[in-house]
Design a binder for this molecule. Structure first.
Ligand code: NAP
Length: 293
């Protein structure tokens, strides 16, 4: 069985980011991470973004607000970031506390800075298949992994388990755009195994540790595990039981080291794309370089 490691894809994206920074000397794409409170999952995601961005030659600034921040103060900080021309992308750690008017924030957010595709403009753009629309980074990461490992999507039966706005729903649109035949399953799907075991590509985005065993997997299928969970022993694990799926799958992503690794790289790729769009940068034309004396 082929292990579909995320690092190969993340390294390709790193190369593209470093090329951009090298070409447009003096432009430093900058991400603002807006976090309310101190949830360990948010802090750990923030640390991995900052480390990754440093490697990729990009900037990530964190804006931290207390858990009991008023809606008014939150919106003021958000407005500042949203309007600052030196910030090219925004990542808001969600869910936000109840006192924050998230809908008001989403209505104001500049879609060109919306790297995780949460504004209506980007949601609609992903549905339409617009090339410039930002899809949620995790959903995009799944497609990058499949493309990067040359796994054929066109005409294939793909089954996604999970219908959230961050993974399942946008991913179904991205895969349709790749001409896959897509089925989306959820907690009310009847006879889940019968549906998943037809799939050439199975994507698990359920949020339940080691839920997917070999019985859900078609012989030689590609399995993409989006889940990030902690098992009984306190170790990080996916939604798939690795020891089981390797018995049936032809290729699969590990956890950790699979989709999560590519997700932060896609965030970096989106930041570079956002900086280009906001500064209306034309591609560098080096076709005359051969005539240089
Ligand atoms: P979510 O919002 O909780 O959605 C889970 C989905 O799974 C729901 O659609 C739910 O169905 C479905 N589901 C739950 N139990 C099921 C069952 N027994 N059979 C079939 N479907 C079932 O989760 P999410 O935010 O999409 O995240 C999913 C997983 O991905 C989590 O482990 C999360 O930590 C991980 N994640 C990873 C990354 C990354 O970068 N790798 C990023 C985001 C999330 P209903 O709609 O019917 O409730």
């Amino acid at each position: 069985m082929q292990e579909l490691r995320g690092k190969i894809i993340a390294d390709q994206i790193k190369g593209e980011c470093l090329d951009f920074v090298g070409q447009y000397n003096g432009i430093l794409p900058a991400l603002a991470i807006l976090r309310v409170g101190h949830k360990e999952a948010d802090l750990s995601y923030e640390r991995s973004i900052k480390k990754r961005f440093m490697d990729f030659g990009l900037e990530a600034k964190d804006y931290e607000l207390p858990e009991n921040v008023s809606n008014e103060e939150f919106q003021q900080v958000f407005d500042f970031i949203n309007q600052d021309p030196e910030i090219h992308g925004i990542l808001v750690m969600r869910p936000l506390p109840k006192q924050i008017d998230e809908a008001a924030m989403l209505r104001k957010m500049n879609p060109l800075k919306d790297l995780d595709g949460i504004t209506d403009t980007n949601v609609a753009g992903v549905m339409r298949g617009d090339a410039d629309a930002f899809a949620p980074c995790t959903a995009q990461a799944v497609v990058e992994i499949l493309k990067g490992h040359q796994i054929e999507m066109a005409g294939k039966e793909v089954c996604i388990i999970g219908r959230s706005m961050v993974v399942g729903k946008p991913l179904s649109m991205l895969l349709l755009q790749e001409n896959a035949t897509v089925t989306v399953c959820h907690s009310k799907t009847e006879d889940l195994k019968a549906v998943t075991s037809r799939a050439d590509i199975l994507v698990a985005a359920i949020g339940k540790a080691k839920f997917i065993s070999s019985g859900y997997v078609k012989e030689d299928a590609t399995v993409i595990d989006v889940g990030i969970n902690v098992d009984e022993a306190g170790n990080l694990c996916g939604d798939c039981d690795w020891d089981q799926i390797i018995l049936k799958a032809g290729a699969a992503t590990p956890v950790p080291g699979g989709v999560g690794t590519v997700t932060t790289a896609v965030l970096a790729k989106h930041l570079v794309q956002a900086a280009k769009l906001q500064m209306k940068l034309a591609p560098i034309d080096d076709s005359a370089d051969e005539y240089l004396s």
